[in-house]
Design a protein around this ligand. Structure first.
Ligand SMILES: *Cc1c(COP(=O)(O)O)cnc(C)c1O
Length: 349
């Protein structure tokens, strides 16, 4: 007899991007921000009161909740903090899906959605994106799942779909529409679906501090939705899902929007310059509204490219699978890192 449920035995585990201890590696495989977090975060950490470590943290991370609410101009009870947005994706899957409650999402996308459907033993309806990563609105509406996830901008493509289409999808779904805005800090403001979360009864927007705010190791994300939705999700939350350190450091990060926005602007400029260079080198480059690019090398030999870049100390991401096997994805790095990427690509292609 197995120790685990059948579906756990059967499912594939999520495979995180490689983390390397080596310092001379140009690490562009997990979409981390190229620049450091706000100095206000470092100050909050330096001034952290040890007494707060002795006690349990605030189970609702109120200090952070208020800071996020202020930036988004919503009431604090519209914000639910999580231990990264991964934690919120888990809570949503746990609360809403099951053997008779489907999860749907367009593919290729963040594979962690599938991981959560598998854990809950929920059918996963995977709908391929249309031409040029258009939202497969009709098919997702027809699937009418208990929960539909759309990452916007999407990973690994970097592409974004118009908010109007997401609004129409929400309108047609009986279940929840979760719009994962992990990369929204690098997109034009008109791509934010916050307004949909305000206006529609069934929309959740997910945000994270991992990308735009350069705080991937802090583990802090949050959901924005009406209190009636968040009250349901709360029942599936770990008791103290956000520690006191991320709560205070995260609040400091939220309160420095200028720092985050300035870094995002630098990264977007570098991204657009990098795309032009790669196109000149014969790559197909998908239009990215995130801090990374998905590209197809001229000969389509993406796995070889991934390995040869790795041999040259540049780590990018390769995803096997029909829709992605001829492409690689890499984060936009600092100017120096991007130069090293281009140099390595020049010798390989
Ligand atoms: C990086 C990423 C996340 C964020 O994960 P955290 O747990 O907040 O670090 C969520 N969704 C997508 C699509 C991502 O790429």
């Amino acid at each position: 007899m197995s120790w685990f449920r059948d579906n756990i035995d059967r499912m594939a585990a999520y495979v995180p991007g490689e983390q390397t201890g080596e310092t001379d590696v140009v690490k562009l495989n997990t979409n981390e921000n190229a620049y450091p977090p706000s100095p206000r975060v470092m100050q909050a950490l330096a001034e952290f009161d040890p007494e707060l470590l002795r006690r349990y943290p605030d189970a609702m991370a109120t200090r952070f909740r208020r800071a996020a609410a202020k930036v988004l101009d919503v009431d604090a009870d519209w914000i639910l903090p999580g231990n990264g947005s991964d934690d919120l994706i888990m809570m949503i899957a746990r609360a809403c899906t099951g053997p008779k409650r489907r999860m749907a999402y367009p593919t290729p996308t963040f594979t962690f959605y599938r991981t959560q459907a598998d854990i809950e033993n929920a059918p996963a309806v995977e709908v391929p994106f249309g031409e040029d990563f258009a939202l497969p609105l009709e098919e997702l509406a027809e699937a009418n799942a208990a929960v539909t996830f759309v990452a916007n901008p999407n990973s690994p493509s970097g592409t974004a779909v118009p908010v109007e289409q997401l609004g129409e999808l929400a309108e047609r779904l009986d279940g929840l529409l979760v719009i994962d805005e992990a990369y929204i800090d690098f997109a034009e403001p008109e791509f934010s679906s916050l307004r949909l979360a305000m206006e529609r009864e069934n929309v959740i927007v997910l945000r994270t501090l991992s990308k735009g705010y350069s705080l991937a190791a802090l583990r802090l994300g949050f959901a924005v939705a009406r209190p009636a939705i968040l009250e349901g999700l709360l029942k599936t939350k770990a008791i103290y899902n956000v520690g006191a350190v991320p709560c205070l450091a995260g609040a400091a990060a939220m309160e420095d929007q200028d720092h985050k926005n300035a870094n995002a602007r630098k990264i977007c400029r570098a991204r657009d310059k990098l795309s032009r260079r790669l196109e000149q080198m014969g790559f197909r480059v998908w239009p990215s509204r995130a801090n990374f690019l998905m590209v197809r090398p001229p000969a389509g030999d993406a796995e070889r490219l991934y390995r040869e870049l790795k041999d040259r100390g540049v780590l990018v991401r390769y995803f096997a699978g029909a829709a992605t096997a001829d492409k690689v994805r890499f984060a936009v790095g600092s100017e120096q890192e991007n130069d090293r990427l281009l140099e390595a690509l020049g010798t390989v292609v």
